[in-house]
Design a protein around this ligand. Structure first.
Ligand code: ADP
Ligand code: MG
Length: 261
């Protein structure tokens, strides 16, 4: 069966309302994502990246415009969409295995099959020894791998990753992005990675969407390729060593206009 995860975002705007004010977080956003594509969305803090993922997951509804996943309008959270939040949100009182099974429990999936898949994912991600450990016993990188296993356990077609590495030290972040890129490539998912880290976006995604400051708009899109590496796609660490990397970095850096901070 073909993976049906193509995403279409059409003229989407979103305002948040509080008693004091209305905040226009996103204004007139449109873009399409093909099945199996890995895109990164970059933009400075507060430009509406998390809001955009929440809209695509169906947790909140657009004030204007529409979003569809796999040809169907998004109107509520769906098991076809896996959403990994900015904070890992592991439940401290549940074991690692129990945390990974939360999605299957909430969705009412076959728990026996889910348990087999959860154990397999955790073992493949180097957490086989920690199935019955509690999150507090894990390092930051291990927690993120457990959170990824939890997101992948119900086998979604589309993965939404909100700054999955932002809480980690630089070296751990590089190593983990290498691992996660390999995992996602093997799983052949459609992935949307939100990040404020330009290097992470360029090294992991095949297309980078740049957002402007609030209200978030799409400023530009860049197709990323590394012809100097040859026909195969480089891993994130290899991509950073390619001569094309610096050119993409400079272009996107200039567009983000970070020196005004
Ligand atoms: P990013 O993830 O890019 O940092 P967010 O999507 O979290 O940005 O936020 C975009 C804007 O919307 C910010 O100005 C933020 O303060 C505002 N915002 C986010 N969530 C809410 C909310 N629940 N209520 C009111 N304003 C919000
Ligand atoms: Mg955010």
């Amino acid at each position: 069966m073909a993976v049906q995860a193509a995403v279409s975002v059409e003229n989407v705007s979103l305002s948040y309302f509080t008693p004091e004010r209305e905040t226009l977080a996103l204004s007139n956003i449109s873009f399409d994502i093909n099945n199996g594509e890995f895109i990164a969305i970059v933009g400075s803090s507060g430009c509406g990246k998390s809001t955009l993922l929440s809209l695509m997951s169906g947790l909140i509804k657009p004030s204007q415009g529409s979003i569809s996943v796999g040809g169907r309008a998004v109107d509520a959270p769906s098991p076809r969409v896996g959403y990994m939040f900015q904070k890992d949100t592991l439940l401290e009182w549940r074991t690692v295995l129990e945390n990974v099974l939360i999605g299957a429990e909430l969705l009412g999936l076959d728990m026996k099959a889910a348990k087999i898949r959860a154990k397999d994912l955790l073992t493949r991600y180097g957490l086989g020894e920690f199935l019955h450990a509690f999150p507090a016993q894990l390092s930051g990188g291990m927690r993120q791998r457990a959170a990824l296993a939890r997101t992948l356990c119900p086998n979604p077609d589309l993965l939404l990753l909100d700054e999955p590495f932002s809480a980690l030290d630089y070296q751990i972040r590089l190593a983990l992005s290498e691992e996660i890129a390999a995992i996602l490539r093997a799983e052949n998912k459609t992935v949307i990675l939100v990040t404020h880290d330009i290097g992470e976006a360029i090294s992991m995604a095949t297309r980078v969407v740049v957002m402007s400051r609030r209200p978030g708009r799409i400023k530009s899109e860049h197709h990323i390729s590394f012809p100097s590496f040859g026909a195969t796609r480089p891993t994130p660490l290899d991509a950073r060593k390619c001569p094309e990397f610096a050119g993409y970095f400079q272009t996107i850096w200039d567009e983000l206009d970070l020196h005004q901070i």
